[in-house]
Design a protein around this ligand. Structure first.
Ligand SMILES: Cc1cc2nc3c(=O)[nH]c(=O)nc-3n(C[C@H](O)[C@H](O)[C@H](O)COP(=O)(O)O)c2cc1C
Length: 184
């Protein structure tokens, strides 16, 4: 495969998520691509610009939520990445819910929600990278098939290049496809 050396920039793919935090007593949601798994323990990271409105809320409460929007939420998701809670109240865009911990708002319309407790923070180039232990996970009942979260029903979006993308179809089984490699 011939390669073209390009500028160094994060092309993707990244998951599209809505990070939630209470700021000044109201829910605020921010679109981010910088979110992922950290280790085999249930820990996620999110990376938020220091100056974002949500960042204040995560620092104040020590909790954040990770909400997975579906493709039909693309407009509201993009909006949450275009305007700041500093100037635009984003609290009424979605139906927020809290569990008994009550430390960060989660989005009812998102089929998957994680509530995370901050266990470590790393400052890097004007961003705060929050590592959060998952303390609660919610999956919409209607997105479960045969007892398991169903990716096509959850219908998440990825970010790559200039677009949001949906999942295509399953192309292989994890820890099975590798068995077919004929490496002599
Ligand atoms: C697709 C997309 C991905 C984004 N990813 C991030 C990200 O990973 N980290 C971040 O700090 N901001 C990211 N942003 C920018 C914030 O969402 C945006 O500045 C937002 O208005 C901040 O809102 P807040 O001030 O209410 O927290 C992204 C925006 C978009 C549209």
């Amino acid at each position: 495969m011939e390669k073209l050396k390009t500028k160094n920039y994060p092309l993707g793919p990244f998951p599209t998520i809505l990070a939630g935090a209470d700021v000044n007593g109201k829910p605020n949601f921010t679109t981010i691509g910088a979110c992922g798994v950290v280790c085999l323990e249930p820990v996620l990271y999110i990376s938020l610009k220091e100056t974002h409105y949500s960042t204040t809320g995560v620092k104040e409460n020590g909790y954040f939520s990770v909400n997975i929007p579906t493709t039909d939420m693309v407009q509201k998701t993009d909006y949450c990445g275009m305007v700041s809670g500093k100037t635009n109240d984003k609290s009424d865009l979605f139906t927020s819910f809290y569990d008994e911990i009550g430390k960060a708002p989660m989005i009812e319309e998102c089929p998957v929600n994680f509530l995370c407790k901050v266990i470590q923070t790393l400052s890097i180039s004007g961003f705060e990278m929050f590592f959060g232990e998952i303390v609660a996970t919610y999956v919409a009942r209607q997105c479960i098939t045969e007892g398991k979260p169903d990716p096509l029903k959850i219908n998440p979006m990825m970010i790559m290049g200039d677009n949001y993308w949906s999942l295509g179809s399953a192309v292989g089984y994890i820890f099975k496809e590798g068995q077919r490699v004929d490496k002599k």
